[in-house]
Structure formats: structure tokens, C-alpha cells
Design a protein. Structure first.
Length: 242
């Protein structure tokens, strides 16, 4: 079961990255602004709303199981496995001006008039011309270069414009006590082997979390700690946060 779960997760991440050239427009913050200027709710707008809704019940599991950026960054860890402890707040300085700009533009225009899930795609595919290919390569560079330079999932920590939606959703879910996917710990079983902290792809102090609070805004619920713990000191459970 343990090996099967991680194999499934890694397979999903590989597939997600392989099809990323076709899907990256659906994760584009720029298309949301462009669509807003025209009164159009673009596909990326819909996807970000769905990410927020999913986070109410699954936290940031999208980041750990499906995100194409996770797939490529996992591989880069073979080159630079340096842990990242600082800089998690940087992405908010990217996300906040973007979301405020979108809101102000929508208000100025008087709202939205049309929903177009396939906006700017070619029959649903993101790359349909040289411009789209160039845009994809820029996005790919934004994902991979920080990971090569700074270490484990630098894009997730420092840049990702998707993460704040799920962080906010998770905090809201915990606040209103919605049942959701959680990490639960059994401190008495922990043998302080450091395996969970060493292997965490998000560089979290998991061993410390087991003895204090397993909730962390940067946790992507990948289950690496769960499946790597031989003493079963940490596990998944679907419940409301106490």
C-alpha cells in the first residue's frame, strides 16, 4: 500500500508535467487579467476557483499530487536537494497585487459578461502558435531555474501564484471546522529517526510537527512522511481540525 501510493502520486505528477504544454493556459494569471479586461471569465479563472474549493476539503493536495510544476521540481531535486527554510512570504507579494488588479479591473468594467473556458486556447490546447510556445518556455523557466539555483521546490515556496488560493481555502476550512484531509500524529510512536524531516519535499520540520501541530501552510499532503515512517507516528485522516 505504501509503495503503491507513492508510485501512483509520482506517476500522476509525471503525466501532469507531460501534458503541461497543453494545459498551462488554464493556470495562467495573465489570461485572467486579459479576460477581465474583455469581460470574459477565462479557463484559468475557473481553474483557480476550483483549486480554492478543492482546498476546503483537500488542503494543498493538488500541489503534491497533480501540479505539473511539482513533477519537474521533483526531478530537479536529484540535482539540487538543498532545503528551503525561508522565503515563503514572497509569493504573497506576487499574488496580492495581481488579485487586487483583477478585482479593480472587474469593478471598473462593471463585471463579467461571458464565460469562455477555452479562452485563447486552440481547440482546448494551450500551444497553438509560436507565441504560445514562447510563453510556455518562459513559464517553464520560471519553474525550473529557481529550483536549480535555490533548491527543493523553490517555485512552490517563492513564486507560485496558485498556492495562496489553497492556503486561504485551507485556513477557512480549519476555521469553520469543515471535514478535510489532515495529517494526524502519534507522538508516542515517534523514535526521532529524522526520516520524515529529511525526506519532506517542502523542507518542513515534520518531526517537530509530530510533537506539536501537524498543520503547516506549506504542507502539500504528499504523504512522503506518512509512507516513510516505519513507526507509524504520522498518518492521513479525513476529519475536521480541532
Amino acid at each position: 500500500m505504501i509503495m503503491t501510493r507513492q508510485k501512483v502520486r509520482k506517476t500522476l505528477l509525471i503525466i501532469s508535467f507531460i501534458i503541461f504544454p497543453a494545459t498551462f493556459y488554464y493556470l495562467s494569471p495573465a489570461l485572467i487579467i486579459e479576460g477581465t479586461l474583455k469581460g470574459i471569465i477565462a479557463g484559468s479563472f475557473i481553474c483557480f476557483v476550483l483549486l480554492f474549493v478543492s482546498s476546503l476539503f483537500l488542503g494543498r493536495a493538488y500541489c503534491g499530487w497533480v501540479c505539473p510544476a511539482s513533477g519537474i521540481q521533483n526531478d530537479i531535486m536529484q540535482v539540487n536537494d538543498k532545503k528551503i527554510r525561508k522565503g515563503n512570504a514572497i509569493k504573497w507579494f506576487i499574488w496580492t497585487p495581481w488579485i487586487l488588479t483583477t478585482i479593480l479591473l472587474a469593478i471598473k468594467r462593471g463585471g463579467y459578461e461571458k464565460i469562455d473556458p477555452l479562452y485563447q486556447t486552440t481547440h482546448g490546447f494551450s500551444i497553438g502558435n509560436i507565441y504560445a510556445l514562447f510563453t510556455y518556455l518562459i513559464v517553464l523557466a520560471i519553474i525550473v531555474i529557481p529550483a536549480f539555483i535555490f533548491g527543493r521546490r523553490s517555485f512552490c515556496h517563492h513564486i507560485c501564484w496558485m498556492a495562496p488560493f489553497m492556503i486561504i481555502g485551507r485556513k477557512l476550512s480549519n476555521q469553520i471546522k469543515l471535514p478535510s484531509l489532515q495529517l494526524i500524529s502519534k507522538p508516542e510512536k515517534c523514535v526521532n529517526c529524522h526520516t520524515c524531516t529529511t525526506n519532506c519535499p517542502m523542507s518542513l520540520p515534520v518531526e517537530q510537527m509530530i510533537h506539536t501541530d501537524t498543520e503547516n501552510t506549506e504542507c502539500i499532503l504528499c504523504g512522503t512522511c506518512v509512507d516513510g515512517c516505519k513507526s507509524k507516528a504520522i498518518d492521513f485522516q479525513f476529519k475536521a481540525k480541532k
